[in-house]
Design a protein around this ligand. Structure first.
Ligand code: PLP
Length: 303
């Protein structure tokens, strides 16, 4: 315990907190890393200065580390955002134009509101204004055991279910969901996606899962994982959406402008977009934050 305490500065300030489900304190080594990076850093993808080129290499490598950390094929699968909530909203906005009249979304009554409010708003406020009716279905949780009612979930998922959105682990109940079973239900729905696949896409809210489990996104068969680095030692401000590459190439981007546009690809009458993952990186990113996040979770030891 003394050795662990030694790695953190917060105890010296008289603060010992255990609310790690909400956020963790950054360790001493990570604060030192940020201090080392700050004087040398520059904006990324801005050409000539040596500092910019160096920072760009470090920044791009964080995408590789984060992909490897959750078993995704590579940097093209990673979208860096501010937190889990923003990652889930990214899924919502990138799929917005794909919903068809009569579709449904299935989630559970176990979700943190970050994985409920976006789907509620989409179905009840946003899509109705665009003249499309899409319903939101909620799978039950057993009131005594706190377990997800998988049979009820399976009964809600059908050939009109474009998306299933399920937490891996509940921040409230502590329940860990049977993700392989949930994934099998989504895979068997028969929903015809725009790319020709017949299954429902699956988003896993991984905020309470990635920090404490070895994750293999490809083995799981999920389309999207959403999580926050401030729950695994990094400072606030960086979250990730890790997605199957086809989900990102077959969707419209969420945010527009800056690095997401192709270099030389912006004319008055035509705009083309950058390659992945930068197509989903509009504007100047949180460069130091990404470096700290990658070092905190997946990357090389900050020391
Ligand atoms: C299961 C779950 N999902 C989503 C969130 C939201 O995370 P953030 O505040 O980083 O967006 C939390 C935060 O506690 C959570 O526990």
């Amino acid at each position: 315990m003394a050795a662990v305490r030694e790695r953190f500065v917060f105890a010296e300030a008289g603060r010992v907190t255990t609310n790690n489900a909400a956020n963790t304190q950054p360790p001493r080594a990570l604060l030192a890393l940020m201090q080392r990076l700050a004087p040398l850093y520059d904006n990324v993808h801005r050409g000539q200065p040596t500092a910019s080129q160096h920072t760009t290499r470090l920044f791009e490598a964080t995408y590789d580390d984060i992909a490897a950390f959750v078993g995704a094929p590579g940097r093209s699968n990673v979208v860096l955002v501010r937190n889990t909530t923003e990652a889930i909203n990214t899924v919502m906005y990138t799929l917005l134009t794909q919903f068809r009249e009569g579709d449904n979304i299935v989630t559970t009554t176990m979700e943190r509101n970050s994985n409920f409010v976006p789907w509620f708003a989409l179905c009840n406020q946003i899509l109705p204004r665009l003249g499309r009716r899409v319903s939101l279905q909620l799978a039950r949780v057993d009131a005594l055991s706190g377990e997800l009612d998988l049979a009820h979930l399976a009964s809600l998922v059908d050939a009109r279910t474009k998306l299933g959105a399920c937490t891996a682990a509940s921040n409230f109940l502590g329940t860990q969901n049977p993700l392989a079973d949930v994934s099998a239900v989504a895979a068997a729905s028969g929903y015809l996606q725009p790319g020709g696949e017949r299954r429902s896409y699956l988003l896993i809210d991984s905020a309470q899962w990635v920090p404490s489990h070895a994750v293999d996104m490809q083995a799981l068969g999920a389309d999207y994982l959403a999580f926050s680095f401030h729950k695994m030692l990094a400072p606030f401000g960086v979250g990730a959406l890790v997605a199957r590459e086809e989900r990102l190439t077959q969707s419209l981007p969420f945010l527009y402008g800056g690095d997401m546009a192709d270099d030389g690809g912006v004319c008055a009458d035509r705009v083309s977009y950058n390659d992945l993952p930068w197509e989903y990186a509009a504007g100047t990113p949180n460069i130091l934050g990404a470096g700290a996040a990658a070092a905190a979770g997946p990357g090389p030891d900050a020391e």
